[in-house]
Design a protein around this ligand. Structure first.
Ligand SMILES: C[S@@+](CC[C@H](N)C(=O)[O-])C[C@H]1O[C@@H](n2cnc3c(N)ncnc32)[C@H](O)[C@@H]1O
Length: 270
């Protein structure tokens, strides 16, 4: 997988790209990530998932639906539990292995593969790709391929939905390339530091996570992404034969404005 700009080295901290024991075929979401991905709170809280499932159910109009990068079934399983026929494509076996154990998960039909090219069928009324995962595809061509692959599997009039952040470049002071998103020193001498590092020429960025133990030893993990603008997504959709239908700032369908930090966008197949 292509890397973003190298993060600055941190003295005394291990640069850990893949945790030992993870299967490289699982990409950035190996067993060491999958084992805690469903921990309670944050994006796993019922109040975070419910509005997504409600909107997806309505847009599906009875389905069937296809989730790109279905992960552990955080969204797909509750959607299936509501009676919507759900298929999913997922790169990581470690992530996908968690789906069947959830309510509704045994009804999710999962294919292991790359969402830029893997086909599971045609005639879907809705395909969707959430939680910033379009950014995991680290080339513009690859992101266009995601749109093409979604469009090819939709029925005429079918919808493709993407949930993704607006690139955070307004927080980047001139001459700097790094935006911290968490600085959390612990009382025990350890702590956590998270920061994104941008290359505004290539649109590649890395998310960097430094965890320091009380004894001063640390683990440094960086994950490469490609940020993408809303207007650029509209052009990708057009290339794939899709037309803009909705753009909201979130699952609650609030208006998308200049101050929105993320968006839920929907395109329709002609
Ligand atoms: C942030 S998780 C999102 C999982 C799930 N959609 C959710 O909302 O919880 C990103 C997922 O995308 C998967 N992924 C990344 N690149 C992929 C690709 N090219 N094809 C299929 N899955 C991919 C990862 O393995 C991981 O499970």
């Amino acid at each position: 997988m292509k890397h973003g700009p190298p993060a600055r080295s941190v003295p005394g901290v291990t640069d850990e790209i893949f945790a030992s024991g993870d299967d490289p075929a699982d990409g950035w979401f190996g067993e060491s990530v999958a084992e805690s991905y469903d921990d309670p709170g944050g994006a796993n809280a019922p109040e975070a998932i419910r509005p997504a499932v409600e909107l997806l159910t309505e847009l599906a109009g009875g389905g069937p639906v296809l989730e790109f990068a279905v992960g552990t079934g955080r969204v797909a399983a509750p959607l299936a539990a509501r009676g919507v026929p759900v298929s999913g494509i997922e790169l990581s076996r470690a992530m996908a292995a968690r789906i069947a154990g959830k309510p509704g998960g045994d009804r999710v039909d999962v294919t292991i593969g790359d969402m830029t090219s893997t086909r599971v069928g045609t005639g879907f009324s809705l395909a969707y790709l959430v939680f910033n995962t379009i950014n995991n595809v680290t080339s513009q061509d690859g992101q266009v391929d995601v749109f093409r692959n979604a469009a090819a599997q939709l029925r005429p009039g079918g919808l493709f939905l993407v949930e993704v952040g607006v690139p955070d470049l307004r927080r980047l002071p001139p001459g700097q390339d790094t935006v911290p998103f968490a600085v959390a020193p612990g009382d025990d001498g350890g702590g956590y530091l998270g920061f994104d590092q941008y290359d505004v020429v290539t649109q590649l960025f890395t998310s960097n996570h430094v965890r320091v133990a009380p004894d001063g030893t640390g683990r440094f993990r960086r994950i490469p992404f490609r940020y993408v603008w809303p207007a650029e997504l509209d052009l990708m959709a057009r290339i794939a034969g899709l037309r803009p239908k909705y753009r909201w700032s979130g699952w609650d369908r609030a208006e998308f404005t200049a101050d929105s930090t993320s968006h839920v966008s929907v395109w329709q197949k002609a």
